[in-house]
Design a binder for this molecule. Sequence first.
Ligand SMILES: *[C@@H]1O[C@H](CO)[C@@H](O)[C@H](O)[C@H]1NC(C)=O
Ligand SMILES: *[C@H]1O[C@H](CO)[C@@H](O)[C@H](O)[C@H]1NC(C)=O
Length: 362
Amino acid sequence: MTSFYGLLCLTAISIHLSCSFSQETNAFPAYSSFSCTVDTMEGVDSIEHRTVNVNGINMHIAEKGQGPVILFIHGFPELWYTWRHQILALASLGYRAVAPDLRGFGDTDAPSGSENYTSFQLVGDLIGLLDAVAADQDKVFVVGHDWGAIIAWHLCLFRPDRVKALINMSVAFSPRNPKRKPVESLRAGYGDDYYIVSFQEPGAAEAEIAQIGTERVIKEFFAYRTPGPLFLPKGKWFGHEPNTPISLPSWLSEEDVKFYAEKYEEKGFTGGLNYYRALDLTWELMAPWTRAKIKVPVKFIVGDLDLTYNAPGIKDYIHKGGFKRDVPLLEEVVVMEEVAHFLHEEKADEINKHIYDFFQKF
Ligand SMILES: *[C@@H]1O[C@H](CO)[C@@H](O)[C@H](O)[C@H]1NC(C)=O
Ligand SMILES: *[C@H]1O[C@H](CO)[C@@H](O)[C@H](O)[C@H]1NC(C)=O
């Protein structure tokens, strides 16, 4: 523990120094709290990048550090970049952080067709990745957020032999209901404007995004803090007039937004949207795993303002026994107060500590 906090102190000192150094050239002087992000950007430059061929696609990965591998799996609309704080912190604590751009995202290939985005291809990519970058490690640590949590769960279900322990953020488990397809259930529960339902029709969400503009869409998603379901009615996404300014949360800089926006501008959103469009196909193919339990040690972390935590029935499921029944090795559930969906960016230091505290036990 001592060395852990020591390292954090050192990190803090170097951040402070380079913050004051880079302030003069900060392109956004109005946002003084952004100065440390400029430094994070400098730290981010120390992260290494390469492309590996896995499961028939070229996958871009970001990595740093030596030691036991921690595989970081991002969500939507994110990229490897969402893990920048964790990559730097965990690499400095003796781990090898590996964060891919998932299939369909960023600098990784995006095969066409939503049928190419079921959990089987996605987990297949990650198994290929582990064989390529961690052939010497039978099992690795896994951290997932949002879609990445769902993929992480399926990785544990299909290949528990490859996972030492899992930290899952934001999205709580929903056991497979053999009687009803997920999109149908969501449509019945929330209607056609519920975001997952509205993402289904190929091209429709893409058209909305083109209308609003990529950068603005990124800002809207990251700034969303309503602790309730997300509805995206046609022509009225996010309910803002076109030119209303969107104020960014303190933990997200204009540079961060630009990073995401440039990659999404280049790649488009279809790859990410295909995850939602493949939900029912994944459900169909996963029939053999109905009522299967997760058999790896798990820590689950969620913010109390997260839309996922406020979905009907989820709190009861997480806190009243359902979750523990399906995930018998669930060791800890952490609910962070006043924190929303992108908790690992919003509360990076606390999340880094949670990750370290949990993984160092194994
Ligand atoms: C799925 O991906 C494969 C491999 O890239 C490709 O050959 C196939 O055409 C894709 N499916 C569809 C429906 O586009
Ligand atoms: C992690 O989140 C996924 C996503 O829904 C969920 O399926 C899983 O049960 C959660 N935790 C695990 C494996 O415990």
